[in-house]
Design a protein around this ligand. Sequence first.
Ligand code: ZN
Length: 136
Amino acid sequence: MKNGKPNKVKIGWKDVKIEYVDPSFFKNNVDCYGQYISRTGTIEIQKEIKGVDLANTVLHEIMHAIVYNSSLNSEGGALSDGKDEEQVVNSMCNQLMMVFRDNTWLLDFIKDGIHSEENSTIFRDNADPTSKNPAN
Ligand SMILES: [Zn+2]
């Protein structure tokens, strides 16, 4: 983490780099703050954005990586049409961000549940201890 901005995130089996770039890429108007590049395992984010826009963009691009890792956007997959993927990712991400905002207890509740002693040892032991805080 540098200046409060993460520089990597573990998604599935690999670390995805997060790079902050000049706003030289433009897709549709709905997705101009960031992009996930599956070939290189990189998330690019426009370097000017911050606050809720940065948080939303990081989550949005993580969701694109999850779609890719899950093959949902492969031929015959539920999101094989790029427009469908964008609509689903954008809608789910924006709605999740509002739920997180409107329920300030929720993220801590989820975090407590993930790290609860009630979990099986398999779940706990497979957690990546290095992924807790990329700033360290
Ligand atoms: Zn998108």
